[in-house]
Design a protein around this ligand. Structure first.
Ligand code: HEM
Length: 497
């Protein structure tokens, strides 16, 4: 009986949705008119951050915009409300990923992050969620604490490499928790090949690649002049396989090592979930590094930049750290008592968005929203850049103010958009937040991060990268130079030297 009621209810919901779509006028959301065939290709200026252009369009046409390029529909969401309405409340139909020919050929689409919403994707997500959230997450804290405790001494020996050490800390946490493998400090084989893969992914994702525009080219011989994208994608596939197989096989060969036995990789295999074969555990393990390394590292690079530029904020954080810790390094257990450090990270993620559009979702059935028709296959771009800089949400949005995240009426937490939406929301969110907290708290407890202007300021640490306007995710902060100074004589004792 119950099942009859459930079936009938589902039937009614489906019929309602079909009715909604069938009755609706086929009027697309507003947006610039565009040209035949190329659509709005020429409307998006390449010399500017795209999200800013979309924000300007929003002032003319509203929060939900439409554009098309070569017949592909895009819907841009300029407000949190519209983003939540579609990507969260209607998440069931807005959780697909568009396929990109170069990604398919390089087999990136076998990774949870790029796979469309099929069973393999939801199995992969289940694995990650099972071990990276809730009661399981604290099991990873000892590794985070151990990697963070190494940082102050490394920085002391060579402050110029601050940026590299932050990255090494993040990579160390990921490789140790995922495979039980401790990367070498210099020239680590697995680290090197994974960063090569990340660079290659950005190349493969370029919308200007001919193969991405004309997918039929994949069926032409790779040696054909003009078909270089296909040759490149096939080479990228080799790197992809090295990243997936290398550390996994290392872990198989060191099964008896207690660190490996407790690693995520071993727990994925023995999860008890009905996963198909070795392949899912292997690819899900690989995505930890691929999705977690640059994202976390670049946020930390942006946080140290924010500290350098906002000395008053840095001083407040250090006062909080001193009051809570006395004369010791922080641990994960201190986090509830260090809200200002947490607020700095929330503000960093708003101030330096890793990707102003996050990762695009794709709609997998026709829909209607606010009277506008959104066709199946539409790629949906949440304009996080517009949300993070909206003065009605964040007064004085250009200012770096952790205080906006504290008090009785905190402003919108950037974690509500920075980690994505709905069924696709980042499954590594809690881990990333934990590790970023401890890295930043540790560095600020021991060091002052100061602007570097000349030799008199000390050793120069250069971080960041000049970048072209693009849709890349994740992106580094723009370049800056800082100097690291021990806060006082007593700080030396915290180095453990
Ligand atoms: C500051 C750090 C990080 C940020 C800002 C971040 C942000 C994001 C965003 C925006 C997405 C796309 C969500 C969407 O499609 O709506 C995503 C997806 C994902 N992230 Fe993260 N992430 C971070 C760290 C991590 C870490 C540490 C891990 C793993 C250990 C991780 C694993 C993933 C995975 C597997 C996906 C794909 C989820 C899916 O498509 O279903 N991320 N992340």
């Amino acid at each position: 009986m119950d099942s009859l009621i459930v079936k009938a209810s589902i039937g009614l919901v489906v019929a309602g949705a079909l009715w909604r779509v069938a009755r609706a006028p086929r009027k697309l959301p507003p947006g610039p008119r565009g040209y035949p065939i190329i659509g709005n290709l020429l409307d998006v200026p390449l010399d500017k951050e795209f999200w800013m252009t979309f924000r300007e369009w929003g002032q003319q046409w509203g929060d939900v915009l439409h554009m098309s390029i070569f017949g592909i529909h895009f819907v841009i969401l300029n407000s949190m409300e519209a983003t939540k309405d579609l990507l969260e409340k209607r998440g069931k139909i807005y959780s697909a990923r568009a396929s990109l020919p170069m990604f398919e050929i390089a087999e990136y689409d076998k990774l949870v992050a790029f796979e469309t919403n099929n069973k393999r994707w939801s199995d992969g997500r289940k694995l990650i969620m099972q071990f990276l959230t809730g009661k399981e997450l604290p099991k990873l804290f000892p590794v985070i604490e151990d990697e963070c405790a190494k940082l102050p001494a490394k920085i002391y020996k060579n402050p110029a490499k601050l940026g590299d050490y932050l990255e090494q800390g993040v990579v160390g946490i990921i490789m140790r928790t995922t495979y039980g493998y401790t990367p070498a400090e210099e020239h680590d084989q697995f680290t090197h090949i994974t960063f090569k893969l990340l660079d290659e992914m950005l190349v493969a994702a370029r919308p200007t690649n001919l193969l991405n525009i004309f997918p039929f080219m994949r069926y032409l011989p790779a040696w054909l002049p003009g078909n270089g994208n296909l040759r490149t994608a096939l080479k990228f596939r080799e790197t992809m396989h090295k990243v997936v197989d290398g550390p996994y096989e290392w872990a198989q060969a060191h099964k008896d090592d207690p660190n490996v036995a407790q690693s995520l990789c071993a727990r994925f295999q023995n999860s008890g979930l009905d996963i198909d074969d070795r392949s899912l555990a292997e690819w899900t393990a690989a995505v930890q590094f691929i999705a977690g390394a640059d994202t976390t590292t670049f946020t930390l690079h942006a946080a140290t930049k924010a500290m350098m530029l906002n000395q008053d904020v840095q001083k407040k954080a250090q006062a909080e750290l001193d009051a809570v810790l006395g004369h010791r390094l922080p641990t994960m257990a201190d986090r509830p008592n260090l809200p200002y450090v947490d607020a700095i990270l929330k503000e960093t993620s708003r101030w330096h968005l890793l990707g102003p559009f996050g990762a695009p979702h794709m709609l997998d059935t026709d829909d209607v929203y606010n009277g506008f028709f959104i066709p199946k296959g539409t790629i949906v771009l949440p304009n996080m850049g517009a949300i993070a800089s909206d003065p009605t949400v964040y007064p004085e949005p250009e200012k770096f103010k952790p205080e906006r995240h504290l008090g009785d009426k905190p402003q919108l937490d950037s974690a509500q958009y920075n980690f994505g939406f709905g069924r696709r929301v980042c499954p590594g969110k809690a881990l990333a937040q934990a590790e970023m907290f401890l890295v930043l708290a540790t560095v600020l407890k021991v060091y002052d991060i100061l602007p570097w202007t000349s030799e008199k300021d000390g050793v120069k640490a250069e971080i960041g990268e000049e970048r072209e306007p693009s849709m890349d995710m994740p992106r580094r902060p723009t370049p800056y130079a800082c100097a690291m100074k021990l806060r006082n004589e007593a700080s030396y004792e915290l180095l453990g030297l």
